[in-house]
Design a binder for this molecule. Structure first.
Ligand SMILES: [Zn+2]
Length: 279
């Protein structure tokens, strides 16, 4: 019974094995006229030889090409899902090393080193605290890290405390816990602009909760902040001491020292406008 099914199947395969115009037979097997490799193989089954169809070299190469295209498509879909769900501010989706304008070379270099050493950063649970004045490229550098790692299939989430606090206000208790678990469970969590959120005990409680939960998960955290490092080390208001001390345990402080990109852009715009109106 099995032999019969097998014979029918092989017969069918042999019939399906397409014969092109230049194909030819050699030693009882069909050969491809293009690549001169066999399109059939002889296998020993149940005491006799069967002729079975197989892929010649060019068919195999075509198959590999299709598989590669499929693989690339799947990868690009995964990356696009990771980016859409991970970087909450969509305008940052194209903040990449390739598009860097060179205004904060030291910071960008640090960000590149972080990405290059990602496996080690992850396994040793090392984060960064990018601090410095407004508009010195901290957020840009952090977004470059997020985008570069997402390109490699890493589940990175980049958001900011104001967004987290607003989201938390709209959830009931069960959803709040789910939300915290979700953002704190990713491979890399980037929280932009610590200190820019509305200052209240409620906000502080949420910021502390997020940072505590992230510390419990033993996964890296990157923060950007305008708060001076001196204040983080010696907070004048004691209620921040616990959170700041935890941040210092989890991150390496890196100072941004670039020129103020925002005021420079504004200066450029004003220069352009003066020329425009003087014409
Ligand atoms: Zn061929």
């Amino acid at each position: 019974m099995f032999t019969e099914i097998f014979e029918n199947a092989t017969q069918k395969c042999a019939e399906n094995n397409s014969r092109n115009e230049n194909d030819y037979e050699k030693d009882g097997l069909l050969y491809c006229g293009k690549c001169n490799t066999p399109k059939q193989s002889r296998i020993h089954v149940f005491g006799r030889y069967e002729i079975n169809p197989c892929d010649c070299r060019c068919q195999q190469e075509d198959y590999d090409k299709i598989q590669n295209i499929r693989h690339e498509q799947e990868k690009s879909l995964t990356v696009s899902i990771l980016r859409n769900s991970g970087i909450h501010n969509r305008s940052m989706h194209n903040w990449t090393f390739a598009k860097d304008n060179g205004s904060s070379p030291k910071l960008i270099n640090t960000a590149k080193r972080y990405v290059n050493g990602w496996e080690e950063m992850k396994s040793k649970n090392i984060g960064l605290c990018l601090f410095g004045n407004v508009g010195t490229g901290k957020t840009y550098a952090a977004a470059c890290i997020a985008n570069a790692l997402i390109d490699r299939g890493v589940r990175a989430i980049m958001t900011d405390f104001s967004r987290v606090i607003n989201s938390m206000q709209s959830f009931d208790t069960k959803d709040k816990n789910g939300y915290i678990d979700d953002i704190c469970g990713c491979d890399l969590l980037i929280l932009d602009d610590l200190g820019a959120e509305r200052q209240s005990d409620y906000s502080l409680q949420i910021c502390e909760q997020v940072i505590d939960e992230r510390a419990k998960n033993k996964k890296p955290l990157i923060l950007t902040t305008n708060i001076p490092l001196e204040t983080i080390k010696n907070p004048p208001d004691v209620k921040y001491a616990r959170m700041y001390s935890r941040i210092l345990e989890m991150t390496v402080p890196v100072q941004s020292a670039g020129t103020d990109n925002r005021s420079r852009t504004h200066e450029d715009n004003m220069k352009w406008a003066k020329e425009y109106f003087s014409g």
